[in-house]
Design a protein around this ligand. Structure first.
Ligand code: ADE
Ligand code: ZN
Length: 350
């Protein structure tokens, strides 16, 4: 195990920024900034019920997950052409590069678009072209994870899967998002079973607002490899034991949890406790345009609120690569780059 040297508190922000990291929980529609929403709404002649960027931003005062989702789906309604999807995703990659994200696994919600008559081809085409350009121009590798909206039916999920299969080479897995409570994972057991036979990776949001039972169900009924959020696992000691023993990753999003009132302050966030208990926890941004910050801001504010240091920074970044869907060889390269970065922060007294 690599021995992490302490880093002076004054240098911690620089370390958090510069250390290579993977982002595993980002809804690409949640990276749509108000400025781009306004630009696209004008270009595409789609009315939105806000007069200005400032008025839209002022509406980002959420009380829970549903209050956010209502605005998030309204924001996504301005995406019409393939170039719109490209512009949104490339803008994210530019921000991610500044935060030293070297690998990103992006969620996207095709049902939000196909229901409005936007062809699946535009969604897949724009996102995958942005991913290709991000690798070429910015050196960020990435993959796409298609999320089924859990407030819709399993039948709709099957239909969406069928529409997506002609673009199979563009996405590596499927996930489950949207309104959690009242829509347990088992509602999607059959479509996840089908996805498994197709060789797709499986993940699901569970235990964001919903109970630990939803996490058990995501693991045992859907067979997911990762849990998105999962912070409610803290209520179930048996579940914590299982998550730790099997190193099942949790993709945690601290600023999202704060803005959606899962925790009343970051100082009360349980991410450090989960890490201490041996879970493979990672830090991610979820919907950064709505929650006040991209991945670095999530690291910075969490570390400040919880008094964390270089040891935890290394663990979170290491976990992000371990939990990713990269190949073993790609992971090894990232682990090496992480060590090189930490070595460059060791104070030299000579
Ligand atoms: N879709 C976008 N962000 C989400 C979140 N935090 N939880 C569930 N669904 C989402
Ligand atoms: Zn999410």
């Amino acid at each position: 195990m690599y021995k992490v040297h302490p880093v002076a508190p004054t240098r911690l922000p620089e370390l958090l920024k510069k250390m290579p990291k993977a982002e595993l929980h980002i809804h690409i529609e949640g990276s749509l900034e108000p400025e781009l929403i306004f630009e696209l709404s004008k270009k595409n002649n789609i009315a939105i019920p806000y007069k200005s960027v400032d008025e839209l931003r002022a509406a980002y005062a959420f009380t829970n997950l549903q209050s956010f989702l209502d605005i998030y789906y309204a924001g996504a309604s301005v995406l019409i052409t393939e170039d719109d999807f490209y512009a949104m995703a490339y803008a994210y990659f530019l921000k991610a590069a500044k935060d030293h994200v070297v690998h990103a696994e992006l969620f996207f919600d095709p049902q939000t678009h196909t229901v409005r008559g936007v062809p699946m081809a535009y969604v897949m085409g724009g996102l995958s072209r942005a991913a290709k350009d991000a690798e070429k121009n910015l050196g960020i590798t990435s993959c796409l994870i298609l999320c089924f909206l859990r407030h819709l039916s399993e039948e709709d999920a099957f239909k969406t899967l069928e529409e997506a299969l002609p673009y199979r080479e563009h996405f590596i897995g499927v996930g489950l998002d949207s309104s959690e409570v009242g829509h347990p994972p088992e509602k999607f057991a059959k479509v996840f079973a089908k996805c498994k036979t197709l060789g797709l990776k499986l993940v699901a949001h569970a235990g964001e607002e919903g109970p630990p039972a939803y996490i058990w169900s995501a693991l045992d009924t859907l067979g997911v490899a990762r849990i998105d959020h999962g912070v409610q696992s803290i209520k179930d000691p048996e579940l914590l034991k299982r998550l730790a023993a099997e190193r099942i990753p949790l993709t945690v999003c601290p600023l999202s949890n704060l803005k959606l009132k899962v925790f009343s302050s970051l100082a009360e966030h349980n991410i450090a406790k989960l890490l201490e208990q041996g879970l493979c926890v990672t830090i991610n941004s979820d919907d950064p345009a709505y929650f006040g910050g991209y991945i670095y801001e999530n690291f910075l504010q969490t570390f400040s609120a919880l008094g964390l240091g270089a040891g935890e920074a290394y663990a979170f970044a290491h976990n992000s690569f371990e939990a990713s869907f990269m190949s073993v060889a790609e992971k090894e390269k990232c682990f090496h780059a992480l060590k090189v970065c930490f070595e460059s922060f060791v104070e030299n007294d000579a």
